[in-house]
Ligand binder design. Structure first.
Ligand SMILES: [Zn+2]
Length: 230
């Protein structure tokens, strides 16, 4: 009985939120660059630059405003009413191809968040394919424009729920150890492959990190962030 009342309360609360609040879309991307390189990229992780630009410009023409992830989180945790439409751009894995799109975003004054695996910034390590190219640590640490935010994606690109609690904690702490030295570091954690559990969420919250899923959902008012593909 108690469970049914609680369930009903959450359903009504969500309906009310949807009525009062425009959702904030947080988009997840990987490679946005001119040439698709079959040796180092997955086709599903790549978007041609012109296609990306036209999508971004179409959203702006439609009255949508691009904001940073930090600003979106402030709105998501405080707004009681939201009529304006906001979106956020995020890029995962810290690929070298970011160098092709970040200058255009800066020119347009559009913020972006990069979710980084610390291990691959050494110019030698790679996630699964030795031809994958990542930003180097030097390249990442000179990205100090106020439009860029740097968040966590794990020390290595491994599934959080396939690690022991100790290994997950090590991955979190080691990545924070490196990235928190970046002036634009933000305490947000984008799960690799979107895989998460209550235990991993609890651990991240205890470390002061906001968990971020990739589950195709929009955000209303929450303490976790949902992402979708652009
Ligand atoms: Zn990733």
């Amino acid at each position: 009985m108690e469970f049914m009342i609680l369930d009903l309360y959450h359903k009504i609360k969500r309906k009310w939120m949807k009525f009062c609040l425009q959702p904030i879309h947080v988009f997840c991307m990987h490679h946005v660059c001119n040439a698709f390189d079959a040796e180092s990229m997955n086709a599903c992780d790549w978007m041609q630059i012109d296609e990306f630009k036209s999508k971004v410009l179409a959203l702006q023409q439609d009255g949508v405003e691009f904001i940073s992830l930090s600003d979106a989180y402030v709105k998501l945790t405080n707004d009681k009413f939201r009529s304006h439409r906001y979106v956020v751009l995020t890029f995962d894995d810290g690929y070298a191809s970011l160098k092709e799109i970040l200058p255009w975003l800066e020119e347009q004054q559009i913020p972006a968040t990069l979710f980084i695996n610390g291990k691959y910034l050494d110019g030698k390590s790679y996630r699964e394919n030795p031809k994958e190219k990542y930003l180097t640590k030097e390249e990442l640490f000179v990205l100090t424009s106020p439009l860029i935010e740097i968040g966590n994606h794990g020390w290595e690109h491994k599934c959080a729920t396939e690690m022991t609690a100790e290994k997950f904690a090590e991955s979190v702490k080691r990545n924070i150890g490196l990235l928190s030295g970046h002036p634009n570091y933000i305490p947000f954690w984008a799960y690799t492959y979107g895989s998460h559990s209550n235990n991993t969420d609890d651990y991240l919250h205890r470390q002061g990190l906001v968990p971020i899923y990739i589950d195709g959902m929009k955000n209303y008012n929450e303490t976790v962030i949902h992402r979708e593909l652009l």
